[in-house]
Design a protein around this ligand. Structure first.
Ligand SMILES: [Mn+2]
Length: 358
């Protein structure tokens, strides 16, 4: 209830009669629903109202807490039901999640509820989920532990002749065996030249001697995600790759050593970025240093040069993942998940980071 109560207070503070939640991860966070269809109407006061279809009729009874439930008829859509129930009859001012609504749904609201002022909202629930409770951190800690276990199990499979896809299959298999509910996202296994692709989804390419292999994966535990990256060497690698490995390793460690509450997300990005730039590879680090992590893999705050408006606060969980990518040659990224604490941070992912030569 605490989550819903906080949101209702915010809805009231903004001056809305209600906020329509259309983003499923937010619905799960607020009332526990894990299905694939539904919307949640959260009034500034009174009981929230959740709508879904017949497929989830039994499931909602087990999952949903804190909301009234309506199952729409087989021949009706959720929007039809909103009209029939005249749900917005008393509302003047309805907020909706601007970044998470289909045009069709928006158009429907606009034409069917002409008397209601529709007010696009950005980052309302996002700001709520950004600060984690110790229970929520516990779930991410466990997801990170599973990731560490999976990594150790997968290491023996990384050898010449094995394909990236085979390694990603092993990661997925071990994730489930080690207690993960599912993979957090499409697993990245990028070897050789492909390791210069920051988001190189596993392909049919075979691992060869002398290559770097970047593994970026995570799992879900109790609805919370982990996200880690390690880069390993298969046999002896060229000197420049060794060099960029050590630079990324040091940049990542510096960011972990310096991070603490009160610093801005932008300052944290600068710690890693300035170090890489100082060593001549600033232009080869083309993504942000990290991102918030929780019910979604990418949450607020963005740890980037555009992240200046976010101050790091205690109980935020962010990733720290600098990288260097040399087109046609190879790349390195190292990523940990950390909890921001009043002083310093707690590192949740504990797999070793010194260059591992397989
Ligand atoms: Mn990440």
């Amino acid at each position: 209830m605490a989550r819903l109560a906080k949101l209702q207070k915010t809805v009231k503070d903004i001056g809305l009669d209600a906020l329509l939640i259309t983003h499923l991860p937010h619905i799960q966070y607020l009332i526990g629903y894990t299905g694939s269809n539904g919307i949640l109407l959260v009034p500034s006061q009174g009981k929230p109202h959740f709508f879904t279809d017949f497929r989830y009729k039994s499931q909602v009874k087990q999952e949903v807490v804190g909301a009234k439930i309506s199952i729409v008829d087989r021949d009706r859509t959720i929007p039809d039901t909103l009209v029939e129930k005249q749900l917005f009859a008393d509302y003047d001012h309805l907020g909706f999640e601007k970044n998470h609504i289909s045009y069709a749904m928006y158009d429907f609201l606009r034409t069917k509820f002409r008397h209601v002022k529709l007010d696009p909202q950005i980052d309302v629930v996002e700001k709520l989920v950004m600060i984690k409770s110790e229970d929520e951190i516990g779930a991410i800690r466990k997801a990170a532990e599973i990731g560490d276990k999976v990594y150790e199990k997968v290491i023996p499979c990384i050898k010449p002749g094995v394909t990236e896809r085979e390694i990603s299959a092993e990661i997925a298999y071990q994730t489930r065996l080690c207690g993960g509910e599912k993979e957090a996202f499409n697993i990245i296994v990028a070897s050789g030249e492909r390791s210069a692709l920051p988001h190189g989804a596993a392909s049919d390419k075979k691992i060869r001697k002398g290559e770097l292999v970047t593994l970026d994966f995570g799992c879900v535990f109790k609805g919370f995600n982990s996200d880690m990256t390690r880069t390993v060497a298969v046999g002896k690698i060229p000197q420049e790759l060794q060099k960029i490995y050590e630079i990324v390793r040091a940049a990542q460690q510096r960011a972990i050593d310096k991070v603490q509450a009160g610093m801005s997300a932008r300052e944290l990005d600068s710690v890693a970025r300035d170090y890489i730039t100082l060593h001549g590879y600033g232009s080869k680090f083309g993504h942000s240093t990290g991102h918030g992590l929780g019910i979604e893999v990418h949450e607020l705050p963005k740890v980037s040069q555009r992240g200046e408006r976010y101050k790091l606060e205690p109980n935020m969980v962010v990733t720290i993942e600098p990288g260097i990518y040399l087109d046609g040659v190879g790349g390195v990224r190292i990523e940990d998940d950390v909890v921001i604490r009043r002083e310093g941070c707690e590192v949740l992912t504990t797999s070793p980071k010194d260059l591992r030569v397989l």
